[in-house]
Design a protein around this ligand. Structure first.
Ligand SMILES: Cc1cc2nc3c(=O)[nH]c(=O)nc-3n(C[C@H](O)[C@H](O)[C@H](O)COP(=O)(O)O)c2cc1C
Length: 174
């Protein structure tokens, strides 16, 4: 199967998942073209692909605008979405984000499914939370945000990557 794997990753989390996906697809006998920037995908690569696997980092509950533009331009393709997000407490949270990203796909696209995992955030985020906590000592919500930040540092884990890869292969029937 000819696959196009396109990723939008600022910090490397989603790129890590994308690289593992490419390896897994190739091991399973598929041909995978990898493009590390949705704005750099050429028309011929899209036309040649039987399936597009689009990876996004979560930006305010959605994908970032560069990925949104890429997804909106796809027509008549089969698409699998994968992503990483700083928060990861529940599958429902990931489903909500996937639902938002999916809205960028036109009706002509066949959505094959999606999978997400948590991804570490930049150190500046923890500093911001710490400053917030200093202003509101003992605030349980801010403390939970710091705990989530620390939990996210380990992600994507090998298990996350394996789960997303397996979900993609199931969705593609690869
Ligand atoms: C500007 C900005 C907005 C973000 N918005 C969200 C968000 O709404 N929800 C969330 O769970 N994570 C959010 N994050 C965290 C990132 O999505 C997360 O760390 C992701 O794994 C980054 O992926 P990357 O390393 O591939 O860039 C945000 C990060 C930044 C920098």
């Amino acid at each position: 199967m000819k696959c196009l794997v396109v990723v939008n990753s600022k910090g490397g989390n989603t790129r890590m998942v994308a690289n593992a996906l490419v390896d897994a697809l190739e091991k399973a006998g598929s041909e995978a073209v990898f493009v590390d920037d949705p704005a750099a995908v050429d028309r011929a690569s899209v036309d040649a692909a039987e399936v597009v696997l689009a990876g996004f980092w979560t930006d305010k509950g959605d994908c970032a605008p560069e990925m949104a533009t890429f997804l909106e331009r796809l027509s008549g393709k089969r698409v699998f979405l994968f992503g990483t997000a700083g928060f990861g407490g529940s599958p429902e949270y990931f489903e909500r984000i996937l639902g938002n990203v999916r809205k960028h796909l036109s009706d002509s696209v066949e959505y094959l499914g999606g999978a997400m995992c948590q991804g570490k955030m930049g150190a500046g985020v923890r500093k911001r939370y710490e400053a917030m906590l200093a202003e509101n000592p003992g605030d349980a919500r801010i403390q939970a945000m710091i705990e989530n930040f620390d939990a996210a540092l380990a992600h994507p884990t090998e298990e996350d990557v394996a789960r997303i890869t397996a979900a993609a292969q199931r969705a593609l029937g690869a």
